[in-house]
Design a protein around this ligand. Structure first.
Ligand code: G3P
Ligand code: MG
Length: 372
């Protein structure tokens, strides 16, 4: 029985709850919709029950990804109810309370296919975006083993904004911040370039500073506005792709880089900022997106959002994040773990959900029953 919530209804008849759906392992496996996913989202759409998609995935601009997902899942989605791993980085274009504007700074962006993530960063407003491929094509000896990928890099690289000129350092290429937007495709090249930059004098490529990585120094590296210059968008060590076993995610690259850094510096900590689920930064950002979308969708009659059902497949990100998030608005986040992704049915999840459901459709049915 599907009740229609009239958008002009008084607040009493409007749902005081909403959903946040993870994508990989809940709605899709790689690019294939999971059975029941389209039906679950259509039911909510047809009954005016707000939801957002909240993914640690990325690699394309939100506008491109929502167009694909709307097609695959048969429901209209927009950037207004969609948060990817790197979406919150938009805020760093103009700057945040912890770091100044990076709009006109030179940033390194890695991850994703070709230089798609460069173009995402430029669409966000970053003006000077360099990729590891750009550096490799300009200085092929910087990493001796990526020649085999020349055809790939030839298609997706640009000349550097300025050369490495160690005799005229003021005019030499300086990277002000390093962003991992999505899973790197060439872990070796990206690790070498990022290591070079972290060991450099203030981000000047080709320089080396003994101070960096000195475990005896409090912050053993150069900083951007007092912040470590390294940003990751997604901590997932594993994720659910097409293969039947979980695959290494961006968190795998982060762990690998941390290993290289610790070996290089005899144990210095790798200072970095990591966003994405399970971290409160991302849940707080997602809650703001959800509230704005819900208000617009319910024509301002929504009343206070009391509860969000977070449906995910990864206890370490989706479930932990929802369980630990303390909403400043007092909204209750309820975690629902599904069996169609990373979580193996029958095992004990390290982060315990409110309930476990077979799939996303069962999760939605359970939640709607909860809400009566
Ligand atoms: O790269 C995507 C993967 O880390 C997990 O994505 O949608 O399950 O948060 P998702
Ligand atoms: Mg997932």
């Amino acid at each position: 029985e599907s009740r229609r919530y009239q958008s002009s209804a008084v607040a009493a008849d409007v749902p005081s709850f909403a959903f946040a759906f993870d994508i990989d392992g809940v709605l899709l496996r790689s690019s294939a919709p999971i059975p029941g996913a389209a039906q679950a989202l259509s039911h909510l759409h047809n009954n005016n029950i707000p939801f957002i998609l909240l993914t640690n995935g990325g690699g394309k601009h939100e506008s491109a990804r929502v167009a694909e997902l709307s097609e695959k899942l048969g429901v209209p989605l927009s950037e207004d109810n969609f948060v990817q791993s790197h979406t919150p980085f938009k805020q760093l274009v103009e700057g945040s309370e912890t770091i100044g504007s990076l709009k006109d700074k030179t940033i390194l962006v890695t991850g994703g296919d070709g230089d798609k993530c460069r173009r995402v960063a430029e669409m966000y407003g970053f003006k000077n975006v360099v990729t590891p491929g750009d550096i490799l094509m300009a200085y092929p000896t910087i990493w001796p083993f990526s020649k085999v990928f020349s055809d790939y890099y030839n298609k997706s690289t640009r000349p550097l904004p300025r050369p490495v000129d160690l005799n005229n350092i003021a005019n030499s290429l300086k990277i002000d911040a390093i962003f991992v937007f999505n899973d790197p495709r060439d872990w070796a090249l990206d690790s070498q370039i990022i290591l070079d930059l972290l060991l450099s004098k203030e981000g000047y490529l080709g320089t080396y500073s003994e101070k960096n990585g000195n475990p005896n120094l409090p912050n053993n590296g150069w900083q951007q506005d007092g912040q470590p210059p390294l940003f990751f968008s997604n901590p997932d060590l594993f994720w659910a792709a097409s293969y039947h076993l979980p695959r290494l995610g961006q968190g795998g690259f982060q762990a690998s880089l941390q290993g290289v850094w610790e070996a290089t510096t005899s144990g210095a900590a790798l200072e970095r900022t990591v966003i994405g689920k399970p971290y409160p930064t991302t849940y707080n950002y997602a809650e703001k997106v959800l509230n704005k979308y819900r208000t617009q969708m319910l024509g301002g009659n929504g009343g206070k959002l009391q509860r969000v059902f977070m449906v995910g497949d990864n206890p370490e990100s989706d479930i932990r994040g929802a369980n630990e998030y303390q909403s400043p608005l007092g909204t209750k986040w309820t975690s629902i773990l599904v069996k169609t992704g990373v979580f193996r049915a029958g095992t004990q999840p390290k982060y315990v959900p409110t309930t476990i459901a077979d799939d996303v459709l069962a999760a939605v049915k359970w939640a709607l029953k909860e809400e009566g």
